[in-house]
Design a protein around this ligand. Structure first.
Ligand code: MN
Ligand code: MN
Length: 463
């Protein structure tokens, strides 16, 4: 017996699209097929005529902020933004910039417990944690097995920044993850090269925002990507390359895949739509919005990433959402570039951007969009109830109008950053309604969910 029927929409999976009804019972999908209405009209229905019915997006890379005494709504509000954008599950990191305490950042397990306590009852959509392994923690590698067993089977390590892991520690982390079924996510940039370029730039007085990009060349990313993959191979472990931004790094991942190695990679909406032209703007307050790592790349890199999404060198798209505010975290007017918080908001615009540029733009199919934004992220990150419209899965659904047109603007978004990299951008398609485990949490563009309705997901080790 169904509690709700979605009728007359075009249901899209990673394999096919078909006009079908979706029956929901106890928060799960119980049937997908034609003419499921019972005839007596007793089961409530939601009309999806003319709309696409997509699985809710699964965004595996966000830096949502923990709630604090002075900003108690930040985690909740970004989860509302996710809902508006058609994302029903997100993974957050608990790195220091997100508001984790000093104690929580010294140990993986303490950090996990603090994250769970402080986000309990906060989120409007389902969510999970991906831990951050830092060179400043006491003994994070020893804590990995218990972390994985506690439902956090992924963690991010950095090859740059002062909290990076040295190669020997990175190798140990990969080996431990591999032995216990976890998956290490790696931020790949060559620290030796970048630190030298930054030191030189600062010594010459080249401290404006555009020098952030000039000191992080594509070869530094490609070399580190190669090294992370080589270390993973030696450690007999899978590896996941975060925020891959350029053709040369993509070639490294594609070469590993061609050899049958378990190397995976994500790219982000900004690398698929924006280029390093943004660093040419005369106004520093404009350029500072694009201070992200890796930086925006060339038009030819952008083209290569779309080809990678089509051909499979890239596995998924995630946002790397950082809800920075210009005058607060970004410290506008611009300080010297090494002191600027890296990142830009994006939790709410994932589906909009990838649908408009990718599907409406003729670069990828609708089925590939579903694969990239829902099915593969759920599978790779151990969320077996998420990511597909299939009997038994959670009824996390997006009713999406492919004919609509809208303009993205900070004034019509809900996230806690105070700008969007896509200001003024016209996009095709619009999210109409969103369901989380069968409950309508966005109805005709209006949030109808509630704080705390989202569950923390204890994920499965998958590697
Ligand atoms: Mn990163
Ligand atoms: Mn990140």
């Amino acid at each position: 017996m169904a509690d709700l029927l979605i009728v007359g929409g075009t249901v899209v999976t990673a394999e096919r699209s078909m006009v079908a009804d979706v029956a929901i019972g106890d928060g799960r999908i119980v049937e997908v097929g034609e003419h499921l209405a019972d005839g007596n009209g007793r089961t409530p229905t939601l009309d999806a005529g003319g709309l696409l019915v997509l699985p809710g997006c699964v965004d595996v890379h966000t830096h949502t902020r923990l709630p604090s005494e002075t900003e108690p709504d930040r985690f909740f509000q970004d989860s509302v933004a996710a809902a508006h954008g058609g994302t029903t599950t997100f993974l957050a990191f608990n790195n220091p910039g997100t508001g984790i305490s000093d104690e929580g950042s010294r140990s993986l397990l303490a950090g996990m417990r603090e994250f769970r306590a402080r986000t309990d009852g906060e989120s409007a959509v389902d969510f999970g944690l991906s831990a951050v392994i830092s060179g400043q923690q006491d003994d994070p590698i020893a804590e990995l097995p218990e972390l994985i067993a506690s439902g956090v089977p992924t963690a991010k390590a950095f090859m740059v920044y002062d909290f990076r892991l040295t190669d020997d520690r990175l190798f140990e982390a990969l080996r431990t993850m591999g032995r216990h079924g976890g998956m290490l996510e790696v931020h790949c940039e060559n620290a030796t090269v970048i630190d030298a370029l930054v030191t030189d730039a600062v010594a010459r007085g080249n401290v404006s925002c555009r020098h952030h990009a000039l000191t992080r060349p594509t070869y530094a990313e490609a070399e580190a990507t190669h090294r992370a993959i080589a270390l993973a191979r030696a450690a007999d472990a899978s590896v996941y390359i975060v925020h891959l931004s350029c053709a040369d790094a993509l070639a490294e991942v594609a070469a590993a895949k061609a050899r049958g190695w378990p190397a995976y990679a994500e790219t982000c909406p900004h690398y698929l739509t924006l280029t390093d032209e943004r660093y040419d703007a005369a106004d520093e307050a404009e350029v500072i919005r694009s201070v992200i790592s890796p930086p925006l790349r060339s038009e030819s890199d952008r083209g290569a990433l779309w080809l990678g999404l089509r051909a499979g060198g890239l596995d998924l798209v995630a946002t790397d959402h950082v809800p920075d505010r210009l005058a607060v975290e970004k410290r506008c007017p611009a300080p010297p570039f090494p002191q600027i918080s890296n990142g830009a908001p994006g939790i709410e615009t994932l589906l909009s951007i990838v649908y408009s540029e990718g599907v409406a733009g003729g670069r990828i199919s609708l089925e590939r969009l579903v694969d990239l934004l829902a099915t593969t992220p759920a599978k790779l990150f151990g969320m077996g109830t998420k990511g597909a419209i299939e009997v038994g899965r959670d009824a996390d659904l997006v009713l999406f109008d492919p004919q609509a047109s809208r303009t993205i603007s900070q004034s019509n978004l809900h996230h806690t950053g105070d700008f969007t990299p896509y200001e003024g951008r016209a996009v095709r398609g619009a999210v109409r309604s969103v369901l989380l485990r069968g409950e309508v949490i966005v109805r005709d563009g209006v949030f109808s969910g509630r704080r705390g309705a989202g569950n923390f997901l204890e994920r499965m080790a998958t590697a």
